[in-house]
Design a protein around this ligand. Structure first.
Ligand SMILES: Cc1cc2nc3c(=O)[nH]c(=O)nc-3n(C[C@H](O)[C@H](O)[C@H](O)COP(=O)(O)OP(=O)(O)OC[C@H]3O[C@@H](n4cnc5c(N)ncnc54)[C@H](O)[C@@H]3O)c2cc1C
Length: 503
């Protein structure tokens, strides 16, 4: 069932007609790589039943997107294998296509689009996807509808984006009950979707079998062929759900106190879910549901919400502080980024979005002498004078992840040791997107921009290079945390790395 209350999530991508002669309703899956908890899928099923046409779900992986690498491609292909299995189990038609040097997307897309009555696609607001949706809308003969399944609250329900978490928080809390009640469907029901037996399957589809992934990877080109998959990092919904289960047991009970501690992964208390969220392999709706239901002492329902904590980062969702702390990151901080991109399509992904005080501060200190200046190549090779910074950079390159406290330090130091704020921004954007599994996301930008003062307040004392922007140092990091086990973990990774990148 698609609730009418969720129509706020749907917007028109063009003014073209619904084609009655079309053979099917087409859901072009571009971001929500899952067959459950997905508003785009719920709406596609609803339209298929309403118009009495079969539903086809088409997913494509482009070969040569910006920052593409075997690391990202393998993660995506592993995701497709899980989606294919889920679609078959539910009884949905799923056509995955992976672009290779032999067969390009343009070879099969026109044939698929021309038979559609309506095309539905995911309204992901960042990376190349908004421009891609515009291109689809132009080449289509039929109507294009975009569906927002990015978070628990509909992005269109907010009048604008917000510069501070404290401004978004009360608005998010006000929308929470309604959004929670109208969450996406955990078990899509195909009953009533017209038969698709007469549909002709296009050629060259990906089999959706894990054993075919490596031969596909060999036939794909990419921008960064040397950025290789990380052993043990597996893409797809199954792995995302496994991590969620592990987190509920081993991470969440300690989250509010220990999330920031830099530790080896087996002792880290954060969820590691950001890549799965970024690639849409898991949904915010299901994480929220699982987290709220995880405390055996409390049978959670919206009556448990404590409205006297409206707008606060604690106490609102649940009496358990770990649950509140986690949901504040997953909802408030994550949605700040998604709203920024959704509401400001003209945002050019640069420093122009910084608050006035931060822009003035950076400008006033533009000419300050930098104690160290490194090039992008030196940063990339992790050869700065600072062992903690180098370790964080090595973690990024070798594992595709950075521990979340060190990620802030990592960003701050690139600002301190670059020739200008603009250069620092470009280096951070490039390194983050090239190596991190969760890169190329609205939160990549909000995270990087936070280092430059976005979503933050001015801090004293005024310092060289930073002015009033919050300063962080490796010295205080090593005083605040027991950093040795983390550094040893990175050293062990280096010893195992193949090729030995940092030797
Ligand atoms: C310089 C810099 C770059 C960053 N780049 C990215 C990026 O490319 N992609 C990305 O998803 N996040 C990015 N972040 C935000 C944050 O570091 C990660 O979301 C978090 O570390 C992911 O780890 P986790 O899944 O274990 O988080 P958990 O602590 O388990 O949190 C759960 C989820 O909440 C969201 N979340 C948590 N912290 C934040 C935050 N500060 N801002 C926004 N959302 C948050 C994420 O979706 C995360 O998966 C960046 C932060 C900085 C300072």
């Amino acid at each position: 069932m698609f609730s009418e209350r969720n129509l706020i999530r749907v917007r028109e991508g063009n003014k073209k007609p619904i084609l009655e002669e079309g053979e099917y309703i087409l859901y072009w899956l571009r971001a929500n790589r899952r067959m459950a908890w997905n508003h785009s899928l719920d709406y596609s099923i609803h339209l298929s039943k309403k118009f009495g046409k079969p539903l086809v779900i088409f997913e494509s992986v482009m070969m040569d997107f910006e920052w593409s690498s075997p690391r990202l491609q393998q993660f995506l292909l592993e995701g497709i294998c899980d989606t294919a299995e889920d679609a078959a189990r539910i009884g949905l038609i799923y056509w995955p296509f992976v672009e290779t040097k032999e067969h390009s997307l343009s070879e099969i897309v026109p044939g698929i689009l021309e038979k559609a009555s309506i095309v539905i696609t995911d309204d992901f607001p960042c990376f190349f996807l908004p421009e891609h949706a515009e291109k689809i809308s132009e080449i289509l003969n039929c109507k294009l509808l975009l569906v927002d399944s990015n978070s628990i609250t509909p992005l269109a329900s907010y009048e604008k984006s917000f510069g501070y978490a404290r401004v978004l928080r009360p608005k998010l809390h006000d929308r929470f009950v309604e959004s929670y009640v109208h969450r996406s469907n955990p078990k899509p029901n195909p009953k009533g979707i017209p038969s698709s037996e007469s549909l002709k399957k296009p050629k060259f589809l990906f089999s959706g079998k894990k054993e075919d992934i490596s031969s596909y990877l060999q036939r794909m080109s990419s921008r960064f062929p040397n950025v290789l998959p990380v052993s043990g990092k597996i893409g797809g919904r199954k792995e995302g759900l496994k991590l969620l289960k592990k987190f509920l047991k081993e991470g969440l009970p300690f989250y509010s106190e220990e999330r920031s501690e830099p530790r080896p992964p087996e002792r880290t208390k954060s969820s590691y879910l950001s890549p799965y969220l970024h690639f849409g392999m898991i949904s915010v709706d299901e994480i929220v549901t699982a987290v709220l239901g995880s405390d055996p002492q409390i049978d959670w329902s919206p009556d448990i919400l404590n409205h006297s904590y409206r707008g606060k980062n604690e106490g609102f969702f649940h009496p358990n502080p770990n649950i509140n702390s986690f949901l504040d990151e997953l909802l408030t901080w994550r949605e700040l980024g998604y709203l920024l991109f959704y509401k400001e399509p003209s945002f050019r992904k640069d420093l122009s979005i910084l608050p006035n005080w931060a822009q003035l501060s950076l400008e006033a200190h533009r000419g300050d002498k930098r104690e160290y200046i490194y090039s992008k190549e030196e940063f990339e090779k992790a050869i700065t004078h600072d062992p903690i910074w180098n370790a964080a950079q090595k973690e990024l390159v070798l594992t595709g992840t950075i521990q979340n406290y060190l990620r802030m330090l990592w960003g701050k130091k690139v600002i301190e040791w670059s020739s200008s704020p603009e250069e620092a921004f470009r280096i951070l954007e490039d390194l983050n997107h090239k190596y991190a599994y969760d890169g190329r996301d609205p939160n990549s930008y909000t995270g990087i921009l936070w280092c430059f003062g976005a979503f933050d307040r001015p801090w004293s004392p005024e310092r060289a290079v930073f002015g009033n922007i919050r300063y962080m140092s490796s010295d205080s990091t090593s005083k605040k945390f027991k950093i040795k086990p983390y550094l040893e973990y990175i050293r062990s990774l280096e010893d195992l790395s193949e090729p030995q990148l940092f030797k």
